[in-house]
Each structure stands twice: as structure tokens, then as C-alpha cells.
Write a protein that binds this ligand. Structure first.
Ligand code: NAD
Ligand code: DAU
Length: 339
């Protein structure tokens, strides 16, 4: 089979490329990525010469380039990770989120209709369900939870999900959608909570916790997300949504304290800064459907996954030092100076 992985130079997409090449050596993997600030070719360097791998630099919104790729490769499966993914950036500038996350999704699905496809898989997010209150730990997101978004990012992802289901119903496109909770692990871009705190702590810089840090996220090791998507594209039912998460809820402040402890850094580095606008309080996934239909369960315990992740950042300084030495400095200054 030929599998097109869009956004494969980013965090989860690259982990998925590695997962496929390791676990399905019979499959050809074609990565299509625009290489935005979040996409990095050094992330894929170890597989660039792999005989079953091809990298194509292109924008998913660029119809001609996408169609050309489909003409050349006739993919069996498309897995769409390509997106603008950072909530804070979407609050600063929503437009590019609408362009990539909505228009890009429609261009990819038009290509799937034109050239024929076995499966189009949309990598979505639990953020499409909005948030849950902190005082109702009995509540979880199921696939039936209404879409109720908070940020321009989550609204763009929800719009894309609606389009995906519309292409299924209107054109019979064989689609699936996964909605996963927060991922962590190798190649996570330094703008996100866990890598940002690890990297700042290593430099003895302030650790900027939004508000009180009581917001809860449901953390999943990235390889477990990759396994879930792999199960869905092969055995998931067409036209279905699958929630992905591992009942691993943590307050932000707990995570930051844990990182301090692991790196032997003082908690006095923690600095409470102005909260994110419209900040979602709690995400929590009910993964019953993917477990009962596809037998998927997370395999990496948070205690192990977070230590592996911290160790990865210690062992791969070159990767993140290069990233934070460029344009990232301007971003950091803009988002965190005098916050
Ligand atoms: P990321 O920001 O690390 O990577 C995004 C990748 O997409 C980059 O390689 C970038 O270059 C590429 N890209 C962006 N715009 C593009 C365009 N127009 N054309 C082609 N490529 C483009 O993102 P991530 O954290 O790996 O997230 C991947 C997907 O998973 C996203 O769709 C996101 O919504 C979803 N998701 C992420 C998480 C999480 O915790 N990170 C959880 C659930 C779902
Ligand atoms: O739930 C899935 C989503 O998880 C994905 O759809 C998004 O693409 C992904 O970025 C992630 O969104 P979050 O907003 O939850 O992740 P982020 O790492 O930006 O923030 C996690 C929490 O930490 C959130 O409550 C905000 C807080 N935070 C974040 C940063 C960057 C801080 O307190 N300080 C920070 O500097």
C-alpha cells in the first residue's frame, strides 16, 4: 500500500512516519509537508534515504501540487496531520488556521475523490468538544458529545471535521476521524507546554504557567496515538469517529512541578503569567469505543513516558537548539515578554 502522510515533518506526523516504516515495512510512505515553522526536515533526516519513503515539500492548500502528487503516487490511504496546531498562535492570528485546517482539508479530500482512495483519515482533536468543568470529574468526552469550540484553532478543526463527514455523506468518500487528547514525546515543538518547560528549566529560565495552572489535560504518549491511528485506518469503520485518550488527567502545575523535580531544578522558577484567552479548563476522553471495537489501549504509563521524553530532550539538544535559535526567539518574546 502507499500511504500519504501530510504534516509528516511535524510532531505527531513524524512519529507516525517512523511508526509505519518500522511496523509496516511492506508499505510505501509518502510525506507531504509545507515545512512551516513547525515542520523540520532534520526530524525526518534518519529516513530520508529509506527505500520505502519519499518526502515532498508542498502546501495542502495548493491544489495543483496535491493533484500532481496523487497522479504520481495513486495513494491507497491518506492520513492528514497537516495543520496549524497551536492554540496561542490561533488567538493571535486566526486566518492561517482557517486556510490550512479547513481549505487544506477540502483540497485533500477533492484529490481523494478525483483519484479514488481506500481511506481518508482526518487527525482531529478532543478540543472540538470544548471543555469540561473541574468540579465534574465524572464527565468525559464521548463521540456523541456535541461540538462546542472555544478557540479559533479548535473551531477550524471542528469545521474540518464537519466537512469530512459531509464528503462522506454527499460523495461517499471513505473517511474516518480520530479525536485525540494532548500528546507528548519526541519531536514535540518547543512552543508547547511540556517541551517549553523542559527547555526553559534546563536554561534556568522562568517557567510561565498560565493563570493558576489548574487546567487539566489528558496526556497520551505520542506512540500510543500513532498505534491508534494505525488501527483505525486498517480496521476502523468508514464514516466513524474514534476518540483516543488514556484516562491520564493532570493539572498543568503538576506537570511543571514534575519536570522541575526530574531535572533537579527549583520550583521557584515557576512564574504565574496572564491566562490564555478563553482557556479551556479540562479535557478528558472516554476511549471506550476504540477499545471495544479495535482493541486499542494505551501502553505507555505517564510516569515512564514523561521520563523518556525528558531524556529525549537531554539527548537531542541539537534538534531543539537549532529550532529555538531562529524565528522562535521573536515568537517567544512576543508571547511571553511582560505577560
Ligand atoms: P505540528 O504543528 O507539530 O506539525 C504540523 C505539521 O504540519 C508541520 O510539519 C507543518 O509544516 C505541517 N503543515 C502546516 N501547514 C501545512 C500546509 N498548509 N500544508 C502542508 N503541511 C503543513 O502539529 P502536531 O502537534 O504534530 O499535530 C498534528 C495533527 O494532530 C494536527 O492536525 C493537530 O490538530 C492534531 N492533534 C494534535 C495533538 C497534540 O497534542 N499535538 C492532539 C490531538 C490532535
Ligand atoms: O487536546 C489536544 C490539543 O492539545 C491539540 O489539538 C493541540 O494541537 C495541542 O497544541 C494541544 O493543545 P493545548 O492548548 O492543550 O496544548 P499546549 O501545550 O499549548 O498547552 C497545554 C496547557 O498548558 C494549556 O492549559 C495551556 C498551558 N500552558 C501552555 C503553554 C505553552 C501554560 O500554562 N504555559 C505555556 O507556556
Amino acid at each position: 500500500m502507499t500511504i500519504v502522510v501530510t504534516g509528516g515533518a511535524g510532531f505527531i506526523g513524524s512519529n507516525f512516519v517512523y511508526y509505519l516504516l518500522e511496523h509496516h515495512p511492506e508499505d510505501r510512505v509518502v510525506c507531504l509537508d509545507k515545512l512551516t515553522y513547525a515542520g523540520n526536515l532534520s526530524t525526518l533526516a534518519p529516513v530520508m534515504a529509506h527505500p520505502q519513503f519519499r518526502f515532498v515539500k508542498a502546501d495542502i492548500c495548493d491544489r495543483a501540487s496535491v493533484y500532481r502528487l496523487f497522479e504520481e503516487e495513486h495513494p491507497d490511504i491518506v492520513v492528514n496531520f497537516a495543520a496549524e496546531s497551536h492554540v496561542d498562535r490561533s488567538i493571535e492570528n486566526p486566518e492561517v488556521f482557517l486556510q490550512t485546517n479547513i481549505i487544506g482539508t477540502s483540497v485533500l479530500m477533492d484529490a481523494c475523490r478525483k483519484y479514488g482512495i481506500g481511506r481518508y483519515h482526518q487527525v482531529s482533536t478532543d478540543e472540538v468538544y470544548g471543555d469540561l468543568p473541574l468540579d465534574r470529574p465524572d464527565l468525559f468526552f464521548t463521540e456523541e458529545t456535541p461540538i462546542h469550540t472555544s478557540s479559533p484553532y479548535s473551531s477550524s478543526k471542528a469545521s474540518a471535521d464537519l466537512l469530512v463527514m459531509a464528503y462522506h455523506r454527499t460523495y461517499g468518500l471513505p473517511v474516518t476521524i480520530s479525536r485525540c487528547s494532548n500528546n507528548y514525546g519526541p519531536y514535540h515543538f518547543p512552543e508547547k507546554l511540556i517541551p517549553l518547560m523542559i527547555i526553559n528549566a534546563l536554561a534556568d529560565k522562568p517557567l510561565p504557567v498560565y493563570g493558576e495552572g489548574l487546567n487539566v489535560r489528558d496526556w497520551l504518549y505520542v506512540e500510543d496515538h500513532c498505534k491508534a491511528i494505525d488501527r483505525i485506518i486498517r480496521d476502523g469503520r468508514v464514516g466513524e469517529v474514534y476518540n483516543v485518550g488514556g484516562h491520564n488527567e493532570k493539572q498543568n502545575i503538576e506537570i511543571v512541578r514534575l519536570i522541575c523535580r526530574s531535572l533537579g531544578k527549583p520550583e521557584s522558577l515557576i512564574t504565574h503569567v496572564t491566562d490564555r484567552k478563553g482557556h479551556d479548563m479540562r479535557y478528558a476522553i472516554d476511549p471506550t469505543k476504540i477499545h471495544s471495537e479495535l482493541g486499542w489501549l494505551p501502553e505507555t504509563k505517564f510516569e515512564d513516558g514523561i521520563q523518556k521524553t525528558i531524556q529525549w530532550y537531554l539527548d537531542n539538544r541539537d534538534w531543539w537548539e537549532t529550532i529555538i535559535s531562529g524565528e522562535y526567539q521573536n515568537y517567544y518574546e512576543k508571547m511571553y515578554h511582560n505577560r
